[in-house]
Design a protein around this ligand. Structure first.
Ligand SMILES: [Zn+2]
Length: 55
């Protein structure tokens, strides 16, 4: 179910496409590479993975 996975990934992304400098959940700094790779990212790797597992 490749399509469903992609849909869920997009749904977890915010509407504004500006990457946050700090995680919106735990306030940890988000690495520059991650911010550039995932445009609009709002969470660090740890919080994002938790979100994707529990979503
Ligand atoms: Zn975090």
């Amino acid at each position: 179910m490749e399509f469903l996975n992609q849909f869920q990934f997009i749904r977890t992304q915010p509407l504004n496409r500006t990457s946050a400098t700090h995680c919106c959940d735990c306030n940890e700094p988000i690495p520059e590479l991650r911010r550039k790779t995932l445009t609009g990212v709002q969470r660090c790797v740890d919080c994002q993975s938790i979100l994707e597992i529990t979503a």
